[in-house]
Write a protein that binds this ligand. Structure first.
Ligand code: F6R
Length: 242
């Protein structure tokens, strides 16, 4: 894993957006794996600015998001479909037909999961996967204990994850209990991985990411086995790194 140190959230976002826009400029039909959450918001803002200022072209780009809540309608204000439209897709020239998120409302969720992995591989596989990290080491919604061999699957969210995400909902009871997520194996098939971490609340897990044993108990440690993983973290997130 390569570590890039950023001063703060803004610098992390700028550095991440440069890597992503460079990917898109060097391969115009790039397949991007995308994430939601607070950490990656600034990166999307920077990519939008870059699109406006430098004309980076997304017309042939295809995107696959990591995850979506189960049981939330696509148009629900808290769905990841809505997040992606609001924070990125509506502001660049990506074609809606080329953007993919798991359908958390599919009647046959198991089939939906298999179809999602198939679609990714039919697209040629993910060139660059963007990731955040949970305080418990989750990537996507692969909570501690997830198998490193997992493909896209239905998961029960950890209580700590529901609490962390409750900030977006009116009440914690409204946070879905399940989600569909790309599995660890699906993520690891990406040609390049870019994980972002910002803030002191990520400092302990960042130290584990680099120094704890590679184990399913801390899903993100699997990235140490990836040949092309880059971590961009700000000073606060690196403040407990030994
Ligand atoms: C989001 C996702 C999650 C987040 C993680 C960090 O699509 O898959 O793994 O990346 O929960 O979330 P934030 O950035 O809100 O701290």
């Amino acid at each position: 894993m390569k570590l890039i140190e950023a001063k703060d959230y803004k610098e992390m976002s700028i550095l991440a957006s440069r890597i992503i826009s460079e990917q898109v400029r060097s391969k115009k039909d790039s397949v991007l794996g995308l994430a939601t959450g607070g950490t990656v918001l600034g990166t999307y803002q920077q990519l939008i600015l870059d699109h406006q200022d430098n004309g980076t072209d997304y017309s042939e780009v295809r995107t696959f998001n990591l995850d979506e809540y189960a049981g939330l309608h696509k148009d629900d204000e808290n769905s990841y479909h809505t997040y992606m439209k609001k924070h990125f897709f509506d502001s660049v020239n990506v074609s809606a037909a080329n953007t993919h998120l798991p359908d958390g409302e599919a009647s046959d969720l198991e089939k939906e999961c298999g179809d999602y992995d198939r679609l990714i591989s039919e697209s040629g596989g993910i060139d660059l996967q963007l990731l955040g990290i949970g305080q418990n080491g989750h990537i996507g919604f692969n909570e501690p204990g997830s198998s490193f061999d997992s493909n896209t699957h239905l998961v029960k969210l950890a209580q700590s994850t529901r609490e962390a995400n409750a900030r977006y909902f009116d009440r914690i009871e409204d946070v879905p209990k399940h989600a569909v997520t790309m599995g660890i194996a699906s993520i690891m098939r990406s040609k390049k991985i870019l994980l972002l971490a910002s803030g002191v609340q990520k400092a302990a897990i960042l130290n584990d990411l680099f120094h704890a044993d590679v184990s399913e108990d801390i899903p993100a440690t699997v990235l140490r086995n990836h040949p092309n993983a880059v971590i961009i973290a700000d000073r606060e997130a690196l403040s407990k790194l030994q």
